[in-house]
Design a protein around this ligand. Structure first.
Ligand SMILES: Nc1ncnc2c1ncn2[C@@H]1O[C@H](COP(=O)(O)OP(=O)(O)O)[C@@H](O)[C@H]1O
Ligand SMILES: [Mg+2]
Length: 367
């Protein structure tokens, strides 16, 4: 899958930008705060319909403008499609080849990207909610059914919480109906998350071994479901047991909205205790495992976005990463310093110089 062209209108610090990309490697070079990450963010946004670094779409609109637009032409198996997202004060509008989709979920899961960026550490060091966000976005890129289940779950959860908050006497039949719906959606979402974490585990051990020389790494899914073969009964039991507390605390206490996962290296959970080095290594391996899932299980070559990661890594790790992502994948790299990227990579790359929201391109590694 290749992004051939992108067009930005009033996106972050860009007025109007049109770029054509190389099918292999594209590098953005520039000083800090010039707009390198903004370009990767626009590519990520085109895929996921969310920014990787802020929750509010409005921040993406250039200051003092009333709308923002990102258009991209994506080539996949020789077919080209044009994806477009417009953000304005009313929200966002997504379309493919000028067909507007009412539901965002119908637009999702078509452009697959894997982003590596400094903020990724939050997946390990951040809150359970940061980790659920990671699961939701990554699984959502593979399945729009998952996105739909999640949206339904959140809707039922909201209704149930609002009902638990009302002061009037409760109609327990109604509460049971909501609980049944929640249980059904819990099992559906659980299956997707469980499968994704199993898949990550299938690949991460080998990747970790190649990069670090060791092999003891494991991702553990912390879910409320223990008995996979008897999920519905288990959940009924568990919701029954917390009912009293839920009525007292006026909120839904258990469910996939409380899910989490943790990473173990040499048998120790590293989320709270690991070193910075272990965290970086684990995240790197997690993302590389994700790429392997795309390639091997779904036959997809995702678009790889490497934001500012080359300056921080040592030579050996850089070489190992490239080994994994080299091949049939399109790669976008940002860096302040072209010299931090090896000649082997830069010689086949298109290089773009970024200065205060303006881009100058040099084609085909003429540097
Ligand atoms: N909505 C916005 N409107 C105008 N400028 C913005 C907006 N959001 C961010 N910027 C500007 O974008 C620049 C940061 O771009 P970024 O891509 O993060 O830089 P870097 O090149 O360091 O990756 C800053 O100068 C910031 O002021
Ligand atoms: Mg940046």
């Amino acid at each position: 899958m290749f992004l051939r062209k992108i067009e930005l209108k009033n996106f972050r610090n860009y007025d109007s930008l049109k770029l054509d990309f190389n099918k292999n490697i594209n590098i953005f070079i520039g000083n800090n705060a010039q707009g390198k990450t903004n370009i990767l963010e626009s590519i990520y946004f085109l895929s996921v319909t969310k920014s990787h670094r802020c929750n509010k779409d409005n921040y993406l609109i250039k200051n003092d403008c009333i709308f923002s637009k990102v258009v991209g032409e994506v080539e996949n198996d020789g077919r080209k499609n044009t994806y477009e997202i417009i953000i304005n004060s009313e929200g966002k509008r997504v379309s493919i080849n000028n067909n507007v989709f009412k539901r965002i979920s119908d637009y999702l899961s078509k452009i697959n990207v894997v982003m590596f960026c400094p903020d990724d550490l939050e997946i390990i060091k951040g809150t359970p909610s940061d980790r659920r966000k990671f699961l939701n976005i990554e699984i959502g890129q593979i399945s729009n059914e998952y996105v739909l289940y999640l949206a339904k779950y959140n809707k039922v959860l909201k209704t149930r919480n609002e009902y638990l908050k009302t002061e009037n006497e409760k109609d327990f039949n109604y509460l049971d109906i909501l609980t049944d719906e929640l249980i059904d959606l819990n099992t559906k979402i659980y299956k997707y998350r469980k499968e994704f974490i199993n898949d990550l585990n299938n690949y991460i051990v080998d990747i970790y071994k190649i990069i670090s020389g060791k092999e003891d790494i494991k991702i553990k899914y912390d879910s409320l479901i223990d008995d996979e073969d008897n999920m519905i009964n288990e959940l009924h039991d568990k919701y029954d047991r917390v009912r009293e507390s839920e009525l007292n605390q006026k909120t839904t206490l258990i469910g996939v909205h409380r899910d989490d996962f943790s990473i173990y290296i040499d048998g120790e959970m590293i989320n709270n205790y690991g070193s910075q080095g272990q965290h970086r290594m684990a995240i790197l391996c997690l993302k590389l495992a994700e790429i392997e899932i795309y390639k091997n299980k779904y036959n997809i070559n995702p678009i790889i976005l490497l934001d500012d990661i080359f300056s921080e890594l040592d030579k050996k790790k850089k070489a190992n990463i490239i080994k994994y992502i080299d091949g049939d994948m399109q790669i976008f790299i940002t860096s302040t310093d072209l010299n931090s990227i090896s000649k082997r990579i830069t010689k086949n790359a298109d290089i773009f110089y970024i200065d205060d929201g303006k881009v100058e391109g040099e084609k085909d590694g003429t540097r």
